[in-house]
Design a protein around this ligand. Structure first.
Ligand code: FAD
Ligand code: FES
Length: 273
């Protein structure tokens, strides 16, 4: 339960209110993790929150977390400086299941900062795909509120260079934006992947995930091959306190990544209490 002290070795702004922190343990090596898992981060003297790991697992490398400043704890985390100490507890939860994915097309759909828990998985998939000539397609569809809210802009270009089919859309275009305008689901009919041999990974606001699952199902992707990452208020992270309960699931233990089912979609449609 005790947070391990980690030093901030680098920080960079993604957008006006989103910051990526690279954390290295003060003593020893970072705990291993799998793409899609999360840590509990402590801003000492303020509190502890769940934050997804936004880097790919790499032995000895600092572990990255990308935080949106929405309240007291995330504000404290977004304003730490290089050299400051934060606490890390974890990793917790389920992952995107890349080890068992096999030779299939992968379609990734992210809304806003929902790209953070997917970034490590996309890095791994892009590196293992064998480049633009690979027979298995990796496609990424990203939605943001406006062009200045797009996170990991450098990664999008790098992934394109590695053969990932990347499409970006915004709700509201700004000056100089000549890309797509509209919701991610409007792009899905044209995204290149073979629904009969594809796995989908989705993370973003819950309403966006519900419509995205429906659009993927319309393209005949079976529900059980669509994985979503869900968020609920987390406290212990260990399946003890029940704060993160969603129907029969404790999301810190059984999630955050779950395979879709009609029952899960119904639960997600209910408001969190
Ligand atoms: C598994 C998991 C992974 C997460 N990964 C990330 C991440 O990678 N980056 C990131 O910035 N945030 C992530 N979050 C959300 C993050 O935990 C919350 O934003 C944080 O707890 C807010 O705490 P606060 O004290 O800063 O704000 P508070 O004062 O607690 O809340 C401020 C506002 O944020 C809302 N809020 C609080 N908790 C959540 C939540 N869990 N989800 C959505 N809105 C919330 C509140 O309703 C309120 O409107 C994740 C949450 C979970 C459960
Ligand atoms: S956060 Fe305590 S049971 Fe999940």
């Amino acid at each position: 339960m005790a947070p391990e002290p980690h030093r901030v070795v680098a920080r960079r702004h993604q957008t006006g209110d989103v910051v990526t922190l690279e954390l290295a343990p003060v003593d020893g090596e970072s705990a291993g993790f799998r793409a899609g898992q999360f840590n509990m981060l402590t801003a000492f003297g303020v509190g502890e929150v769940a934050i997804s790991i936004s880097s790919a697992p790499r032995r000895g490398a600092p572990v990255e977390h990308t935080v949106r400043d929405v309240g007291a704890v995330t504000h404290a985390l977004c304003t730490v400086g290089v050299g400051d100490i934060v606490g890390v507890r974890g990793p917790f939860g389920t992952d995107w299941g890349l080890d068992a994915i096999g030779a299939v097309d992968v379609v990734v759909v992210a809304g806003g900062i929902g790209l953070a828990p997917l970034r490590g998985a996309i890095n791994e998939l892009a590196e293992r795909s064998g480049g633009p000539d690979s027979s298995n397609q990796v496609a990424l569809v990203v939605g943001a509120r406006s062009p200045d809210q797009i996170v990991f802009a450098d990664d999008l270009d790098r992934w394109r260079g590695l053969g990932v089919h990347v499409e970006v859309t915004v709700d509201v275009a700004g000056p100089g934006w000549d890309g797509s305008v509209g919701v991610v689901t409007a792009l899905l009919p044209g995204v290149p992947f073979d629904p009969a041999n594809a796995v989908a990974m989705v993370c973003g606001p819950e309403i966006m995930m519900r419509f995205t699952v429906r659009a993927l199902a319309d393209r005949a992707v079976p529900l059980e091959r669509i994985r979503v990452s869900l968020e609920r208020n987390m406290q212990c992270g260990l399946g003890w306190c029940g704060h993160c309960q969603l129907g029969p699931f404790l999301l810190c233990r059984d999630g955050p990544v779950l395979s879709c089912s009609p029952e899960l979609l119904q639960l997600v449609a209910q408001r969190e209490r």
